[in-house]
Write a new protein. Structure first.
Length: 198
């Protein structure tokens, strides 16, 4: 899904927190998308599994990359580190009066048994018939609110504004969406596999 921009407004900077590096990209949309800037911040091997050390390293080095590599504007969209996100496949009963998003939220909180408040997003991927009736298949993605706020604060200190937080899985699937717009694509199934460095 594209981000609608006002005339003359530059697109947000996308920051993807990976295991071995942080990737940064800015592309202006249009009939022919245009690369504004791209950069990578490699994370030293010795701190990749130490969350506090990794976060401190990125917070210290990333602002300079954003200032010196040709990125424009102050708006940022973030894909958090995969270890911060939880993904669950869920089946929600079809019932009148019950909001599917609320059912997904309750199931995710129950399954994950997290003490912190969760930010949860989900999307429906199909329907299945069981003995008890129709159920809607969903993929739910959750991240603890404190993790989101930690990212917001890190970019705020660098005088940048986080305008979106998206899980890497959903972002990857959406990035291929333009390849599957034909009517005949509706009957096709495609599997995307993300073999991350870690």
């Amino acid at each position: 899904m594209g981000i609608r921009l006002l005339t003359g407004q530059v697109s947000p900077i996308v920051v993807d927190f990976g295991h071995a590096s942080v990737k940064v990209l800015q592309v202006n949309e249009g009939a022919t998308p245009e690369l504004v800037a791209a950069a990578e911040l490699p994370v030293p091997e010795g701190i990749r599994d130490d969350v506090e050390a990794r976060d401190a390293f990125v917070a210290e080095r990333l602002p300079a990359i954003l200032r010196t590599r040709g990125f424009k504007g102050r708006r940022v969209v973030v894909a958090p580190h995969a270890t911060s996100t939880f993904i669950e496949h869920l089946q929600v009963p079809s019932s009148e009066g019950l909001d599917p998003a609320e059912q997904v939220r309750l199931q995710m909180q129950s399954r994950l048994a997290r003490s912190g408040e969760l930010v949860i997003r989900s999307w429906q991927v199909g329907e299945v018939h069981r003995d008890e009736g129709l159920r809607h298949e969903h993929i739910g993605v959750a991240i603890e609110r404190r993790e989101v706020m930690k990212l917001v604060e890190m970019f705020r200190r660098a005088r940048l504004s986080v305008v979106g937080v998206h899980d890497g899985l959903g972002a990857m699937v959406r990035s291929f969406g333009h390849l599957h717009r034909r009517e005949s694509d509706q009957s096709r199934r495609t599997v995307y596999i993300d073999l991350g460095y870690g």
